[in-house]
Design a protein around this ligand. Sequence first.
Ligand code: ZN
Length: 374
Amino acid sequence: MSRFTLRIATVAGIPIYLHWSFWLLILWVLISSFSFGANAVSLILWRLSLMGGLVVSVILHELGHALTAKALGIPTRDITMYPFGGVASVSRIPDKPLQELAIALAGPLVNFLLIGVFSVVLILAGESPEWAPDVLIYEGEGMPSLKAWLISLSFLNGILAIFNLLPAFPMDGGRVLRALLAVKLPYIQATRIAALIGQGFAVIFILIGIYQNPFLILIGFFVFVAAAQEREHTEQRTAMQGLTVAHALLREVPTLYATQALDDAIRSLLNSQARSFLIIDPLGLPAGSLSREQIIEALNEGRSRQSPLAQVMDTELLIVPPTMPLHEAFQMLNEKHKPFLVVAEGSKVLGIIDAENIAEYLLIRQAEGMAPRL
Ligand code: ZN
């Protein structure tokens, strides 16, 4: 994460980040307001206060997703706010369609609740909550009233909820669509249909964006790529269904001793197909891992070829049981950026598992499945 990405809060153990590109948006508000001359200062205050209200609304929307997921036993890693909206990184996609439905609906529901709360505040203040979006275009003098602010923010929350409910997978409405399809269809088929419709919407966003609002182009690209990614992710998961780590276990592990020199690792790297090594201590117990990238990095840092591997290796080994579902191991490899996981049963090391071996195993399985029975 960039060092300009700001951690603004932590709610229910979920860190909330403001992505660095937000500063560009604030800069744009400042620059675009100066042409208004005498009214520039109040215009900037108005726009920034509205933006602040919108950011808080989007955070609450994302918390709606995150806290519903949490209640269903699915943790959220973090929430990151981008200028085009927030993203709650839920650790996994729920297995049950109805759970996904609840999580997806919870976000827009928060926006509708906010509109309700704002309306009550307006009524209590003796004002009528009228639907007047033209207050968004503020050109008056001085600061506008709290009434104008609440009405404008209600309007923005309405747009937010309705836009997110469009069936443009993986936006909220698209997730609702997938969940509904998945009640009747296999999960993978539901995802393919939802992703295709999502990409159709993405193209429409981009086309409208070209004529109307460049922001829509950005959202269109985001939706297009995200839909493809999520379809791929689901295909992988489906291919790994019912498989465990034991299936794709690599038993012949390229091994080096922690007391050996970096030079030995370089030799092994050049003389074999191995791209990463399990480093063991003098007793033969796993002590760390060493990947090709780490070897190159050590050389880049100017380490001598005589340095013992104990000084170069990554000592944080991830140890998993052979019974772990294969897709979980695959996800772990991707998330933790480790060259491999150590597979052990109790204190007995059985081997390792890496992304390449998983891919190989799936290819073989697929080829066998397609071959005619002889
Ligand atoms: Zn949402």
